[in-house]
Design a protein around this ligand. Structure first.
Ligand SMILES: [Ca+2]
Ligand SMILES: [Ca+2]
Ligand SMILES: [Ca+2]
Ligand SMILES: [Ca+2]
Ligand SMILES: [Zn+2]
Ligand SMILES: [Zn+2]
Length: 422
């Protein structure tokens, strides 16, 4: 069978045994004799014999002999001198069925290309692409999806540990857009991945809480950031890196709620409204904790009516983050999701998102992380920016302006991708 073991103690083409009208003989069922219903040898003018194939890349030859007037002679093709014929038909002798779409070329060709990339080949020869890979682990090779394309690079991937109470393994269209075929390999890596390399993305139970890193911007967006959501070693020409998703960091990004939802601003210096279920802006000023530091600073309780305005009650009015070295996480609201709808905003917002503002599900964020780390794992890195590029439309961009770049690698990143199968 393919994607695996060459049958070394057996032969890939054998006469079906038993078979009506034939006596099949030989240690590998390699001889077929025409017989009558009693099993006696029988002379015939023509016969049709069944050959079984035990490998999707099997090739061999067949010849027919007949005994005429006591003399054994080898038959030839009608209208031809040819005595041995190929199974399957293989006039160009490349051990690939001539009927296959990509037959033309040498069996050892490895010339696959991808967009904007000079590293041709994917480590699978034309013959190996033809023979196929049992991607879905059903012990069969689907002509349509598991015989591969010798002109396009094949990247085999697998998620490990994702799903369940966490988003499933998924990746964006960036690889496809770069003309790399990504296959979800189902078999056991280390056992079933013969002749191919599988890029495995793992889920690790690591990562920290979100962090406040400075006072709010002038536009009123609070300055908090997430803990690193994933990482990978950098792939080489022969080995993929080891990408991982940091489960705790990702969950905290969505679940941490350091802010208490307090009474709501109604007029300058007045917070007469009930808590409103959303994180109110520091600018335009709707909270007393205008530096969002969770500390009741002197100017936040002085009763002034010029910003920061407050009602002088020596207590926070409006939403604020609750301190507990450094924060309590189980309050009402998150600076990452100010309308508390379960979708994080990026760029972070200062007022409740309106249609057209960008918000993301955890599945979208995880898919973005996975695609990015897979990029490193296939060799994308740079001397600067901690290994990242300067194209703001690329999933490998060194900043994080949004979580919607996983459909695209920039030209520079595409050029670095190394696909291989050993
Ligand atoms: Ca051929
Ligand atoms: Ca290929
Ligand atoms: Ca509020
Ligand atoms: Ca939201
Ligand atoms: Zn990175
Ligand atoms: Zn890039």
């Amino acid at each position: 069978m393919n994607a695996g073991s060459e049958l070394t103690t057996d032969r890939d083409l054998q006469f079906k045994n038993p078979q009506d009208g034939f006596l099949i003989a030989g240690p590998y069922n390699e001889d077929a004799y025409t017989v009558d219903e009693e099993g006696e040898f029988m002379e015939v003018n023509s016969a049709r014999v069944w050959v079984n194939s035990y490998d999707y890349g099997a090739y061999g030859e067949i010849e027919a002999q007949g005994t005429v007037a006591g003399t054994t002679k080898t038959a030839h093709l009608v209208g031809s001198e040819v005595e041995r014929v190929d199974i399957p038909r293989d006039d160009d002798d490349n051990h690939i069925a001539d009927a296959w779409t990509y037959n033309t070329g040498n069996e050892g060709d490895d010339n696959d290309t991808s967009l904007d990339n000079q590293h041709n080949g994917d480590g699978l020869t034309r013959y190996e692409e033809y023979r196929g890979v049992d991607i879905n682990n059903d012990d069969l090779i689907s002509d349509a999806s598991e015989r591969l394309n010798p002109n396009e690079k094949d990247l085999f991937v697998q998620g490990s540990g994702l799903g369940g109470d966490f988003p499933d393994f998924a990746y964006g269209e960036a690889f496809g857009e770069a003309q790399i075929n990504v296959h979800d390999f189902v078999g056991t890596v280390g056992t079933d991945d013969n002749n191919i390399d599988v890029l495995v993305v793992t889920l690790e139970n690591v990562g920290g809480h979100i962090e406040r890193y400075g006072d709010p911007r002038p536009d009123g967006r609070r300055r908090w950031t997430w803990s690193t959501k994933g990482s990978s070693t950098i792939g080489t020409a022969n080995n993929y890196g080891s990408p991982q998703v940091n489960k705790l960091a990702t969950n905290y990004y969505f679940d941490d709620k350091p802010h208490s939802d307090e009474n709501t601003w109604t007029a300058v210096g007045e917070w007469n409204g009930d808590p409103n279920g959303v994180l109110d802006p520091v600018n335009p000023e709707k909270v007393e904790d205008t530096d969002d530091n969770g500390v009741l600073d002197a100017n936040e309780k002085d009763g002034a009516t010029s910003p920061p305005t407050d009602d002088g009650d020596n207590d926070f009015d409006g939403d604020y983050p609750v301190k507990d070295a450094p924060w309590e996480w189980n309050h009402d609201l998150s600076p990452m999701d100010i309308d508390n709808d379960g979708l994080v905003e990026l760029p972070m917002d200062n007022e409740v998102p309106v249609p057209g503002d960008d918000e993301y599900t955890k599945a979208e964020v995880v898919r973005h992380t996975i695609t990015h780390e897979m990029g490193h794992a296939v060799g994308i890195t740079y001397p600067q920016h901690d290994g990242h590029c300067e194209d703001e439309t690329c999933v490998m961009y060194y900043l994080s302006p949004n979580w919607q770049r996983d459909g695209h690698f920039c030209d520079d990143c595409r050029a670095k991708i190394l696909i291989h199968n050993n």
